[in-house]
Ligand binder design. Structure first.
Ligand SMILES: Nc1ncnc2c1ncn2[C@@H]1O[C@H](COP(=O)(O)OP(=O)(O)OP(=O)(O)O)[C@@H](O)[C@H]1O
Length: 229
C-alpha cells in the first residue's frame, strides 16, 4: 500500500490545464525527486499533495501526517528557535521534542536563539527539524536548498539523506538541480506540461558525484530537460 496515491489528477487554472490526468505513487521510505522546466506544474503537484490546493479531477490519497519545507524557511521571527520547531506540539513534551529534533540537525545549541541570528543554512536546518518533529509520513520538499550557497547545499544533502533514511517518510522533492535529484532520490521523475514524461530508477552507484552511473543519469536527465552542456 503506497503512502501517496494519485490517480488521474487534474488541475486547471481557468481554461488552462496545469496537471493532466497525472498518476503518482510513493511508498513509505521512498524518496522521489521531480524535475522539469519552469512552469511545467511541479509546485502545483506538490501543493495538491500538501492539501494546500484542491484538484479538479481524479483521486488523491495522502496521509494526514504530512509536512512541507519551502525554499524560504518561514520561521516566525518573534519566537525563539525551539518554539518554532515545537509549533503545535503538546505543551508537556514540546521543549524536549524540539530539543531532540534540533540535535538531529546539529543545532541543539541554538534552541534559545532568535531566527534573525541564524544563517540561511541554519534556518533551513531548523525548518527541517520543525518538519521532522511531527514524524510525517509524507515529507514534501519544495526547492528547500535553492537559496543556499553551493557548499551549504552539499552539507544539506548529506543531512537530508541521513534524516530521511532514519525517519523513512515518503519524500517528494521538487528541484531544478539535476545533481541534487540524482544524489538524493531513489526515483527521479521528469515532468513536461503537466504530465510525468519519464521515470528513472536511480542505481545505487549513481549516488556518488562523479561516478560513471551518476554522469550517465545526469546526462540523460539534462537531455530530457533540453539542457546542453
Ligand atoms: N494561482 C495560479 N493561478 C493561475 N495560474 C497559475 C497559478 N499557479 C500556477 N499557475 C500556472 O500553472 C503553471 C504551473 O505552475 P507551477 O508553479 O506548478 O510550475 P513549476 O513547474 O513549479 O515552475 P517553477 O519551476 O518555475 O517553480 C504555470 O504556468 C503557472 O503560471
Amino acid at each position: 500500500m503506497s503512502t501517496v496515491l494519485a490517480e488521474k489528477i487534474t488541475r486547471r487554472y481557468g481554461s488552462r490545464t496545469v496537471l493532466h490526468e497525472l498518476d503518482l505513487a510513493i511508498d513509505r521510505g521512498e524518496f522521489v525527486a521531480l524535475l522539469g522546466k519552469s512552469g511545467c506544474g511541479k509546485t502545483t503537484l506538490l501543493r495538491a499533495l500538501a492539501g494546500l490546493d484542491p484538484v479538479d479531477g481524479g483521486t488523491l490519497e495522502v496521509p494526514q501526517r504530512r509536512t512541507v519545507v519551502f525554499q524560504e524557511h518561514r520561521l516566525l521571527p518573534w519566537w525563539k528557535v525551539w518554539r518554532n520547531v515545537a509549533i503545535g506540539l503538546p505543551r508537556s513534551t514540546a521543549r524536549a521534542k524540539a530539543q531532540s529534533a534540533l540535535e538531529e540537525v546539529g543545532l541543539s545549541n541554538h534552541a534559545d536563539a532568535w531566527p534573525v541570528t541564524l544563517s540561511g543554512g541554519e534556518a533551513q536546518r531548523v525548518a527541517l527539524a520543525r518538519a521532522l518533529v511531527r514524524e510525517p509520513e509524507l515529507l514534501l520538499l519544495d526547492e528547500p536548498f535553492a537559496a543556499l550557497d553551493a557548499l551549504t547545499r552539499i552539507k544539506m544533502h548529506g543531512l537530508v539523506r541521513d534524516l530521511t533514511s532514519r525517519h523513512r517518510p515518503a519524500v517528494l522533492l521538487v528541484t531544478h538541480d539535476v545533481d541534487e535529484a540524482v544524489l538524493l532520490a531513489d526515483r527521479v521523475l521528469t515532468m513536461r506540461e503537466g504530465r510525468i514524461a519519464a521515470v528513472h530508477e536511480v542505481p545505487a552507484g549513481a549516488r556518488e558525484r562523479g561516478s560513471a552511473p551518476f554522469a550517465a543519469l545526469r546526462g540523460t536527465l539534462l537531455g530530457e530537460l533540453g539542457v546542453t552542456e
